[in-house]
Design a protein around this ligand. Structure first.
Ligand SMILES: [Zn+2]
Ligand SMILES: [Zn+2]
Length: 240
C-alpha cells in the first residue's frame, strides 16, 4: 500500500477495500475488451490464418501486439503482459521480443508493481491473424523500405494528422489500446520536435497531466506496423 502519512486503521482498511475494488473493476473491463476483440476475430474468420513469425514477418507480430488482444497473463501477479521490444530498433528480429508485465507501470513510492519479463515461446511465435492486410504480403525488410519512401512517409503523416485532429474534436481515445493502470483508451499525440515518420506519434493515458501530476503511461509509435494497425483500426485502411 502507498504511504499516506498518518491515517487511522479504519481509513487504511477503507483504502485497501477501494484498491481491491479498483483491481476487480479493471479486470472486468479488460475481460470484456478481450471478448470484444475475439468477436471481431470471429466475424473475420475467412481471413484468419496461422503465421509463423520469422525474420521476414516480425512486422506481423508488431501489428498484432498493437492492441491489447494477446491475453497473456503474468504468472507472478496475473496482470496482463504486453509484448515489448526496444522501440529504438529500426529492424526487430524475432529474438528482440519479450513479454513484460504491465505491473511495471504500477508504481508506488518508486517501487514498481512487478518487473517480471519472459522470453517468447515457440507458441507465441505462431499467431492466428487476419492475413488480408496487404502489408503482410511483404517481408519486414521490404515493408521498412516502403515506409522510408518520402512520398509514402508524407502521405502517412498527413493521414495521422487528420486522424489526430478528428479524434481530438470528438474527444475520443484509441479504444483498442488502454492504459494498464486506468484501463481507459489512450489518446493519440504528436511530438513537438519529432524527426521522421517513426518519431512523431505516441499514445498517452487520458489521465496524463502537466508537471507529473497525472498518469505517465505512454506508448511510443515507433514502427510502421503500429501506425498501420492504428490507421487500419480507425479508418479501415492501413498504410498500403
Ligand atoms: Zn506481474
Ligand atoms: Zn493511466
Amino acid at each position: 500500500m502507498k504511504d499516506y502519512g498518518y491515517i487511522t486503521e479504519q481509513q487504511k482498511k477503507r483504502i485497501n477495500d477501494l484498491e481491491e475494488k479498483q483491481t476487480y473493476i479493471r479486470d472486468e473491463i479488460n475481460q470484456s475488451r478481450q471478448i470484444l476483440s475475439a468477436d471481431k476475430f470471429q466475424s473475420n474468420v475467412q481471413n484468419i490464418e496461422k503465421v509463423d513469425i520469422g525474420h521476414e514477418t516480425t512486422h506481423v507480430l508488431q501489428w498484432n501486439a498493437f492492441a491489447d488482444t494477446m491475453a497473456k497473463k503474468c504468472p507472478k501477479c496475473s496482470r496482463p503482459m504486453k509484448l515489448q521490444w526496444a522501440r529504438e530498433l529500426s529492424y526487430v528480429s524475432p529474438t528482440d521480443f519479450y513479454w513484460g508485465c504491465t505491473g511495471w507501470y504500477f508504481q508506488s513510492n518508486q517501487i514498481k508493481g512487478c518487473k517480471f519479463t519472459q522470453r517468447l515461446t515457440k507458441d507465441d511465435l505462431s499467431l492466428m491473424t487476419d492475413v488480408s492486410a496487404p502489408e503482410f504480403e511483404l517481408s519486414s525488410q521490404d515493408f521498412n523500405i516502403i515506409l522510408h519512401d518520402p512520398n509514402t512517409s508524407e502521405s502517412i503523416l498527413e493521414r495521422m494528422d487528420d486522424l489526430q485532429a478528428d479524434l481530438r474534436s470528438k474527444k475520443k481515445g484509441i479504444d483498442i489500446v488502454c492504459c494498464p493502470i486506468h484501463a481507459e483508451p489512450m489518446v493519440l499525440q504528436k511530438k513537438r520536435n519529432g524527426v521522421g515518420l517513426l518519431d512523431q506519434y505516441y499514445l498517452r493515458c487520458a489521465h496524463w497531466a502537466q508537471n507529473d501530476q497525472g498518469c505517465n503511461y505512454i506508448e511510443k509509435l515507433k514502427s510502421g506496423s503500429q501506425l498501420a494497425a492504428l490507421l487500419k483500426n480507425q479508418t479501415g485502411i492501413g498504410i498500403l
